[in-house]
Design a binder for this molecule. Structure first.
Ligand code: GAP
Length: 431
């Protein structure tokens, strides 16, 4: 009996089991911020490591960078973010509530106080968090928390070309935090004010952007499969010109069937030479690329696959969430792909007060931990309870050391999805 996950199922499990907590919860929270607990940070890291493996380490046309979050304000002036990185905001004259105008269910009715006709004309609200760098707070020290990681890539484009002189096409990849002062953060981590991106700027000859775009459509699909997202839950939306970001000539949004509806999972954009040309104009430094062995010179164009970590993680949890019945009892489990599961194995002695079993179990636990890292010791409650607990956090295998182990050195390995138990030699298991 499989069942579609509801948002409250995911949020409840995430909190109960130590994946994701509300940010600053002990002080009443801070809207739009989330903290990752021990299992959440591991799941997030597994997702980010898989991305780095697939898109950087395994390719020979990709260069990784890790740029500073705080950047010279000229970056955001040149990129257009200071002028245009805005959402339309309306304020209710009655309760002073502020809302994103394009996300209201009823544009005439305040969702907080219920009054009608209290909104004035929408104002453009810039979503960048502004700060000052250094002890003097004036215009010249203004900086922003980056609203996208992409600009840290563009500003290092020339450095990478000077150091490595790669052939076109090549990409620069970066993972890291991004910050947006969203007017209405909502839907768990889906729309947060602090989140993480994994972005690639893929530099191409201006005539070759279309083939590179198609290449990245396919690579994105491979990524969704590696995350365990069912192909039928992911949809491609060709974004019409009026809805595209100011820098894009073509955008596909990949949308996912979240419990909150079909919403954007990630974007793929053709950013032309918009960013490099702006850097050239504002910095006065040439961003031209010279094709090796020829005099041909031009500013490369860019295809940008932009992945949001939180939205990927939420899609992974939704796709993995299952409910079934075992021995007449409801069971909740996460059918996570093995390579993403935060805990790979849980190891238990059948009885925790039998020294011989505990000693042997410790031995197996340490050997597995050495091999896989993320292995959990679990001797709380009876075996049934341990299985349920591990199922809920998506642990693919539970290993139990029992009296037969002491005789023939075999252990029980119980599989999460099928609940099938097999006896396996402990030597083979840890080998
Ligand atoms: N560099 C291009 C760029 O930033 P975007 O469509 O604004 O494009 C890319 O953002 C991705 O970042 C989104 O598809 C989404 O996955 C993620 N993202 C954007 N805003 C977010 C937010 N407030 N909370 C969580 N993820 C967000």
């Amino acid at each position: 009996m499989e069942q579609k996950a509801k948002l409250e199922d995911i949020v409840g499990l995430a909190k109960r089991r130590g994946f994701i907590y509300q940010g600053s919860e002990v002080y009443g929270g801070l809207s739009g911020t989330w903290d990752y607990g021990p299992l959440g940070v591991q799941l997030k890291r597994n997702i980010m490591d898989l991305w780095w493996q697939m898109f950087v380490a395994e390719r020979d046309d990709m260069y990784g960078v890790d740029a500073a979050i705080l950047m010279n304000q000229k970056v955001w002036q040149a990129s257009g973010h200071v002028d245009t990185f805005t959402d339309p905001l309306v304020e209710c004259a009655n309760c002073k509530g502020r809302f994103r105008a394009d996300k209201l269910d009823n544009p005439n009715k305040c969702p907080t106080c219920g009054k009608e006709g209290t909104f004035g004309e929408p104002k453009q609200f810039n979503m960048m968090f502004k700060t000052n760098v250094g002890p003097v707070a004036d215009e010249s020290s203004t900086s922003y928390l980056r609203p996208e990681t992409a600009q840290g890539i563009f500003t290092n484009y020339k450095n990478v070309v000077d150091s490595f002189y790669p052939d076109l096409p090549f990409g620069i990849a970066q993972q890291g935090k991004a910050f947006r002062n969203e007017i209405s953060p909502r839907d768990f981590v889906f729309r947060s004010r602090e989140f993480e991106q994994m972005e690639i700027e893929y530099f191409v000859h201006p005539d070759k952007w279309e083939e590179a775009f198609e290449h990245w459509v396919e690579k994105c699909k491979e990524w969704f499969a590696a995350l365990g997202l069912p192909a039928e839950s992911v949809h491609e939306l060709e974004v019409p010109e009026a809805d595209r970001a100011h820098y894009s000539k073509r955008t596909i949004d990949f949308e996912f069937d979240y419990p909150i509806g079909r919403e954007e999972l990630m974007g793929l954009a053709y950013r032309t030479d918009f960013d490099l040309s702006n850097i050239e104009r504002v910095s006065g430094k040439s961003m031209a690329y010279r094709v090796k062995g020829s005099e041909e010179k031009f500013v490369p164009h860019v295809i940008e696959p932009s992945f949001g970590v939180e939205r990927a993680l939420m899609a992974v949890l939704v796709s993995a969430y299952r409910e079934d019945e075992q021995n007449g009892e409801k069971r909740v489990f996460l059918a996570l792909p093995e390579h993403l599961a935060p805990v790979k194995y849980a190891v238990s002695p059948l009885l925790k007060n039998k020294t011989e079993l505990v000693e042997k179990a410790r031995e197996v636990y340490h050997a597995l931990k050495k091999k896989h890292g993320n292995v959990m010791w679990d001797d709380n409650g009876n075996i049934g309870k341990r299985y349920r607990r591990q199922d809920e956090i998506g642990t693919p295998y539970c290993v139990v050391i029992d009296f037969q182990t002491l005789e023939d050195d075999t252990v029980t390995v119980r599989e999460r999805d099928t609940t099938v138990q097999n006896r396996v030699s402990s030597v083979e298991l840890v080998d």
